[in-house]
Design a protein around this ligand. Sequence first.
Ligand code: ASP
Ligand code: MG
Length: 693
Amino acid sequence: MYSVLKFGGSSVATATNISRVLDIVGAEVQQGRQVILVSSAISGCTDALLEIAAAETAPERKIELCQTLLERHLAIARRLFTGHEQEAMAPLLQGLFEEMMAAPDAAKVTFGEIFSTRILAEKLRCEHYRTQWLDSRELVVSDDLPESYRRIAAAVGDDAQIFVAPGFIARDSAGTVTTLGRGGSDYSAAIYAAAVGAVSLQIWTDVPGIMTANPKAVSRARTVPQMPYQAALDMARCGAKVLYAPTVAPAMEAGIAIEIKNTFDPANPGTTIQGAPSQESYRWIGVTSLAENDHIRMTLVASGVVPAKEKETILQRLAEALRRGGIQALGEAKECGGLFSFPVSPMLEKRALEVLHREFFETVPLRTVDVYIAGRGAVGTALVEIIAEASDTIRERTGKILRIADVADSRRPTFVDEILAAHPRGAVFVDCTNSHDLYRRYADLLRAGISIVSSNRRSFAVPYVEYAAMHAAAMQSGTFLRYETTVGAALPVLDAIAESANSCDEILSVEAVVSCTLNQILGDYTGEDVSFAALLRQAQEAGLTERDPRVDLGGRDALRKLLILSRVAGIPLEESDVEVEPVVKLSEGTTEEFYADLEAQEPALSLRALKASVKGRRLRFVASLEKDPAAPKGYRASIRVREVEKEHPAYHLRGTENAIILRSAFHPYPLVIEGAGEGAKQAASSILNDILK
Ligand code: ASP
Ligand code: MG
């Protein structure tokens, strides 16, 4: 029982690669097979030989090329052999190179396969395989297959475990040494396989089989595991370089399957070529490109029978895809025998491959996701707009069609019940409200199969047991509960913290400068000119504070954010664990009374700001979490105004900008996430991200 294994140029290009070849061949012998190993020349060798043989190449250049090529072979031999075997290889190779230089120019190109196979045969002999080198120039008759079969069948026998034969080279019936054409080693292998009735024909190359497109041009190309002979032939003829087209016929006639495998990933099953195409239906195989005169011919290859009435639809779909991809073809697309092809300019080759591949091979089944939005404030409104604007892109990139099923404001208390009654499994509920108690319905929604995205931070600053219960409900129902927007608005803060926590990178500290209102006011406050109270009033008038600004000054908002940060980091922090020091003394009474009281605090505040400024520092309102084994939950949490030095990342914050500084065990330098801490549009896009994740 013979197996024919053919290895391409890159599989034999270095000593390391050759050892892979030896392993693969050795495994085949272990299976009890006799192996015919057909090899190409080492990569680049045939091109170099053609240049050496060309009349227009200068004599010095020929010598230079010859020396480089000899040196490459010698280097392989030096790595592959040791001792006197190594010593014997240099004169052997030098002799072959002299023979090549003395040969007629037309025959020079045939030596590449002789160099490579002589090295392989010697190495196999050293490994104690009974090895026999076959001279393909005497066995393969380029224009007479039956004669080739006779000669090969007579040449093999039980004497050897492994026969090593050069690919590519042959002799014509007139007796002249010739080749089977560029890439012809595959064809040599098929001829050997057909001649001996091989049980297996394996083409070992540097890609994992025949792929839906050339993987060098299309990164998402994937292997086609099975295809009929005809489809492989079409792919090869239309430009797929992985297989030389004439290879298919001898294998098909002898009924031998062709396996295309990757030398650099031998366990990958690759592609098996066998059988006839289906007569009832068709399927897409791949997209190829082939240089033709001054243009490139693009082809979409189908296997099987494409019904006449569908051809028109396919041509339209193709034209539409090109139009969307901004590709102007040089001629109309035409169908012939399941091949849909058209010419493009060489400049557009890669782009056209990508566009066709995307249209015909990357189509993910579309899925509609119903989105229910609670809250018609700035964020809810921006979200509705953004979903409408981005729907095409979202569909293209994620295969999801987002449909806004309903939007409700706070005056519709039955909203959640209406949603639950509609049973929209797989839907997403978005909470853009400021509600204190909407979170109580989260678990009901989650259990009904509805995921939740929330920008309402009140929902997560609840007692820890309630927070944990919501997450458990999501986990058990296979839904998600995301709230990236609740801290640092659109900044990817929670993801970063969750990733550190999940990767067991111990969090040492988090400093969050996340109060937009206080960042703005403390940033503007110098202790001179304008009073703190005046700045607060400005902020309030600009809508930057809560209705009662004492809520901001008391650190309530920062506290909620710190609780969320900690919980995402896996620390079950409660409000009572956080030490909060308000920015100013918070007196009772009406807002106006409070403002009056604040003016009285001005001298003390001003002094504090001036003191910091003398030291070259600035005041910042910082919520922080610090590892402390003595603290009940392992971390100390506090919120207060701090002086920060020039080197501190929060020193340079402008206006309402936010910063989160994360220090963890695996990282010598902190991770700093800094940027806009507010903005309805930003928040909406971050919510959209959460919906799509
Ligand atoms: N070495 C030859 C070529 O480069 C044949 C082959 O690799 O299949 O065309
Ligand atoms: Mg090839």
